[in-house]
Ligand binder design. Sequence first.
Ligand SMILES: *Cc1c(COP(=O)(O)O)cnc(C)c1O
Length: 360
Amino acid sequence: MARVYNFSAGPSVLPEEVLKEVADEMLDYNGTGMSVMEMSHRSKAYEEIIQTAEKDLRELMNIPDNYKVLFLQGGASQQFAMVPMNFMKNKVADYIVTGQWAKKAFQEAQIYGKANKIASSEDKTFSYIPDCSDLPISEDADYVHICHNNTIYGTKFNELPNTKGKDLIADMSSDILSEPVDVSKYAMIYFGVQKNVGPAGVVVAIIREDLITDDVLEGTPTMLKYKTHADADSLYNTPPAFGIYVCGKVFKWVKAQGGLAAMKERNEKKAAILYDFLDSSKLFKGTVEKKDRSLMNVPFVTGNEELDAKFVKEAKAAGFENLKGHRSVGGMRASIYNAMPMEGVEKLVEFMKKFEAENA
Ligand SMILES: *Cc1c(COP(=O)(O)O)cnc(C)c1O
């Protein structure tokens, strides 16, 4: 068995320890004689799995008691609709557009009310985070929405926008659990799990309790109301049970690594190996403003499309997978999520140095 270094932006690498545990428990989970896939979501064994997963996430992120944690389906993309359906009471919301996911969220909200684009970095291919210290926040805005880490472009908010007292909602799909978060600064945080936490099919929503009400947009389906899931502790219908089980194992793994502060330290070290090389390289260069660099997604180019393609091909042959950049940016992108070992990035940089020497 040969595992590759998988730099995929998502679904992405998971901790090997977790995959092995899941494999070990595949035929018989904890003496039940069945796999978690085959088990009733109303069983004692499953109840413990989902409750422990929530408890561990609460501990990891230090989630205050007045926030609900919901395990939902439909990916982060479904949250683009659920957020306005549940929270656009005045039918007005402000969106900061820093990439394609942020833009999709903004476009979806336009279906339900007046969504205002109050800042954008599209003028420079989303290669920076705009100054958000004094934005034209709408007086009657129900919330301000951001995408905290821009998976495709490799930028992240290092400073939160000044929302002038309005509720802040953040898509953290691609940087959740990569560093500590002060949850109390947000009305809601949501993340599709397939970037940094688990198998696709689960999306987690962390929502301040007072926001979860029956006062939602007329016509909102039962399944798309947060209250439905909050009232049933995420067991209103059959949840993505196996996915939640794997997420729970990753939460335990992150705890064993030392929690989010330790994760951050490691991620900063890991990202610096790549960024320092990019800053000194004569061939490769990073594509985003330094102050806004993501710890998770690192796009880079050679400036020559043919050479980019050659690099991706040779890297793949050498065991570095999924380095091709997003089709909208071109070049390369190395996603170096929590589960990417330090060694993976060190070896990638070694390979880049060799490629540079050969192609100078
Ligand atoms: C991947 C991603 C999404 C889309 O997630 P789906 O689960 O495929 O809907 C949304 N936002 C961000 C930041 C992402 O990285």
